[in-house]
Design a protein around this ligand. Structure first.
Ligand SMILES: Nc1ncnc2c1ncn2[C@@H]1O[C@H](COP(=O)(O)OP(=O)(O)OP(=O)(O)O)[C@@H](O)[C@H]1O
Length: 346
């Protein structure tokens, strides 16, 4: 199908054609709820059906062998009813879509091959697909499968009903200590799962986190992630504000980079801006990171300061472990209040 025909079909099939932004959001939440009800009513859920189909037809192995992730002619565009665009990525749009057979709602991400080649990121995308499709955790966005046509690659992703966490943060400016603690605990659980599978994410930031229908964290964007054996990793990647000293200084790095970024994330949730941001430019930010030039506004609690300072340690070995994060007094202090109405952003 050509791009214009696809857009045409989008307009005709739009799940939410012509409605206002507010009612659009409600509509999306309803769809996510319908996914959940679907799941509750069937012993074998639609998500399971999608996954089973994927697993039967994609013999993915974790050995990093590229041939193993070649899509067979299983999924194709005709299997989906395409709905409204959910957002725009660097290499194409993301659409709401429904698998016709099961009625299961997913997010379909399109990547234009030509643009991937032009930006020299084909290997990165292949790695993202290989890594993400092997992950199963409630706080990690599922990649059910992928397929391609002549011009585009399509990723079949779990639909995150409450959208980007970044947007909620910008709208609220900063999160309460309760909500921040809840998110950081869920992030620590997701990272513990990844690290156990020897995967380092390396690009943790609010823009790469989505929220599920119950307001739960869905870590996404595995474009910079790597399988972490014992070899050196010195590629400079990630967003400046979240880079740990060892990467700024071009040294080898391991899973502890994600612990540093978790510290930056905790700070940004509570303060509304990352800790080493410097408007005078990149080299000033680099210098502040290398010096761990950390300052707290007065409204941050002593427990939160303690956790952040123990994560933002220059030396990777000195950073807290994920287990220690999950058992930290700041987390324990707020744990009982997480299910209280009014904690989650609306
Ligand atoms: N699974 C999803 N569920 C709901 N909305 C999504 C989903 N995936 C993406 N979106 C929406 O689409 C937007 C763009 O998608 P995405 O974040 O993947 O693009 P991107 O930031 O350019 O990522 P990449 O760097 O991988 O290209 C997001 O900001 C989000 O609003």
């Amino acid at each position: 199908m050509s791009e214009s025909k696809l857009v045409d079909s989008l307009n005709r099939l739009s799940v939410n054609n012509g409605s206002t932004v507010a009612s659009g959001r409600q509509q999306l939440l309803r769809l996510a709820v319908s996914n959940q009800m679907h799941a509750n009513n069937n012993s074998s859920t639609s998500a399971d059906a999608l996954r089973e189909r994927q697993e039967r037809h994609y013999s993915l192995s974790s050995d990093g062998n590229n041939n193993s992730s070649k899509p067979l002619r299983n999924f194709h565009l005709g299997m989906f009813e395409i709905g409204k665009p959910l957002g725009k990525g660097k290499f194409g749009r993301v659409y709401l879509a429904k698998e016709k057979k099961t009625g299961y709602v997913v997010a379909l991400k399109t990547l234009h091959k030509e643009e991937l080649v032009h930006s020299k990121v084909e290997r990165q995308v292949r790695r993202e697909i290989e890594i993400q499709s092997n992950l199963r955790h409630k706080n990690i966005l599922r990649l059910f499968g992928h397929f391609h046509d002549e011009k585009r690659i399509f990723l079949i992703l779990e639909f995150a009903g409450r959208g980007e966490l970044y947007k909620h943060l910008r709208r609220q400016q900063r999160f309460s200590e309760e909500l921040s603690a809840k998110y950081i605990f869920q992030m620590a659980q997701a990272l513990a799962y990844l690290h156990k599978k020897h995967v380092i994410h390396r690009d943790i930031k609010p823009e790469n986190i989505l929220l599920g229908i119950d307001g739960e964290i869905k870590l996404s964007d595995f474009g910079w992630s790597v399988h972490a054996p014992s070899n050196r990793r010195t590629t400079l990647c990630g967003t400046l504000d979240y880079l740990p000293p060892e990467m700024v200084e071009g040294k080898e790095h391991g899973a502890k980079v994600d612990l540093w970024s978790l510290g930056v994330l905790t700070y940004e949730f509570l303060v509304g801006a990352p800790p080493f941001e410097d408007i005078s430019g990149h080299s000033a930010t680099y210098r502040r990171i290398a010096k761990v030039d950390l300052k707290f506004p007065s409204f941050i609690s002593a427990e939160a300061k303690d956790l952040i300072s123990r994560l933002l340690q220059h030396s990777p070995e000195k950073r807290l472990s994920l287990d220690q994060v999950m058992r930290h007094p700041w987390i324990l202090k707020h744990k009982n209040n997480w299910d209280r109405p009014g904690v989650d952003p609306q």
